[in-house]
Design a protein around this ligand. Structure first.
Ligand code: T4K
Length: 407
């Protein structure tokens, strides 16, 4: 990393200076813990000519995930979105389903894809997860279920949501795409609701190139999902139900297993990075870091912060400045599902007001982390943020005058 410190506003790359980092620092840069081990497993699969269709590596991956949680059933899939679709269909969440608008678009699309209707709901400003009171207000006579999302690995209020779903006799599913290895009340995700869904996408701390899983303690539900994942085949030439192709490949399981074996070290690195950010950001007014519950198990894979109104630069200007310095922060999940197509153009969502979703999605930034993010680079990011905090008004004036000159 070549250091190009900023002494003056004109040193910023956005005004023609050299970028702070030579190469881009990404949110979600995939981590490959032990390349040799991955390749050994892939070679064995290729030697044995067993590449997919519930091969031994997939079965081992499922076993190890289920044992770790522990939960009775794990059904590995080709990605988290298909895992959601399988779970939604198997649970018959066929009418209206309450979900937070502040989530990755896949949560909403999985429902819409299957002909169900997402009822977008607001979140709690601190945890960024579904607000149970708001969820209750959204439930109507057509509602068949709730999907809570454990955003950033912060678990939903599972107790309140469980009680709510039971009271209304509707299904409860959790999108735990961010939350493998995270606990609520000391219990690891994977045990809540009727089922939970994980994503093992390349950008996740536990990754299998592409991949996902449904986990559940309900054996009948698991059997239905297993059938659906494999075209409804219950044996050779014997189809018993409708299904799709949601299978995980052996190559994905090879990466997934290797990533799983390195998981505790990965979490330690993520926690160390998170604590470095926390220490550095503490003194910067207007940058509010996400918190993780101290008594729970956390995977620390996301470092997110709200850029509040007292910070001298609006979030989008800050993002553009950081991008030019090669710090590729992201604004997940802007602008919220209800403000994204196709939902924003649908009459049923017209006038829907979700102020907390707007507040958070309008201010959030996600920062680079992961085991390959060095202490030095985090220090540099913080140094730059301190510089921008001190000189933000000048920077903003200069941006405005450049924009005026270009208009
Ligand atoms: N539910 C929730 C709550 C989710 O967050 C997600 C996925 C899902 C459901 C669906 O699960 P999957 O079907 O994806 O398993 C990324 C991921 O693709 C997505 O899995 C994830 N959530 C979401 C939060 O982030 P994008 O569209 O932002 O991806 P992209 O290509 O912009 O990559 C993100 C960053 O990572 C980039 O800045 C570059 C870096 N990157 C990415 C890839 C794939 C790399 O450096 N190398 C890579 O190979 O969605």
């Amino acid at each position: 990393m070549s250091e190009k410190p900023k002494h003056h506003v004109s040193d910023l790359a956005v005004f023609g200076g050299n970028p702070y980092f030579d190469a881009p620092l990404h949110v979600g840069r995939p981590y490959i813990p032990d390349r040799e081990k991955v390749l050994k497993r892939i070679n064995e699969a290729m030697d044995g000519r067993r590449l997919t269709n519930n091969g031994p590596l997939v079965q081992e991956f499922e076993r190890r995930i289920a044992d770790y949680i522990p939960v009775r059933n794990c059904i590995a899939t080709c990605n988290g979105t298909v895992a959601l679709e399988l779970a939604i269909r198997a649970l018959d969440l066929s009418g209206n389903v309450v979900i937070p608008s502040f989530t990755f678009i896949a949560t909403a699309h999985a429902l819409q894809w299957l002909g169900s209707r997402p009822l977008f709901c607001d979140i709690d400003r601190n945890s960024h997860t579904l607000d149970p009171a708001a969820a209750e207000r959204r439930i109507d006579s057509e509602t068949t279920g709730i999907i809570g999302v454990h955003t950033w690995g912060r678990t939903c209020d599972t107790k309140k949501l469980t009680r709510l779903a039971a009271r209304h006799e509707i299904g409860l599913l959790f999108d735990a795409s961010h939350a493998f290895g995270c606990s609520h009340g000391g219990i690891l995700t994977g045990c809540f609701g009727a089922a939970e869904v994980f994503s093992f996408h390349a950008t996740k701390f536990l990754q299998s190139f592409e991949g996902g899983a449904v986990v559940t303690n309900d054996d009948d539900l698991a059997d239905r999902i297993r059938l659906m994942r494999d075209f409804g085949f219950s044996g050779t030439d014997h189809v018993v139900s409708i299904g799709t192709n949601g299978k995980m490949t052996e190559i994905s399981a090879a990466m997934g297993l290797t990533s799983f074996e390195a998981m505790e070290d990965t979490i330690d690195s993520n926690e160390k990075n998170y604590l470095l950010y926390r220490e550095g950001l503490e003194t910067i007014r207007g940058i509010r870091l996400n918190t993780y519950p101290p008594k729970e198990k956390n995977n620390y894979q996301f470092v997110t912060a709200l850029i509040e109104d007292v910070f001298p630069l609006p979030r989008d200007d800050l993002m553009n400045i950081l991008h030019r310095e090669n710090i590729k922060v992201r604004r997940y999940f802007y602008p919220g599902c209800h403000r994204s197509e196709p939902y924003v153009s649908m009459p049923e969502y017209a006038g829907l007001s979700l102020p907390e979703t707007d507040y958070v999605s309008g201010r959030i930034l996600v920062f680079p982390t992961g085991p390959e993010t060095t202490t030095e680079s985090i220090h540099k990011i913080i140094e730059l943020l301190e510089f921008l905090s001190a000189h933000g008004r000048d920077v903003e004036r200069r941006i405005e005058s450049t924009e005026l000159a270009q208009a």
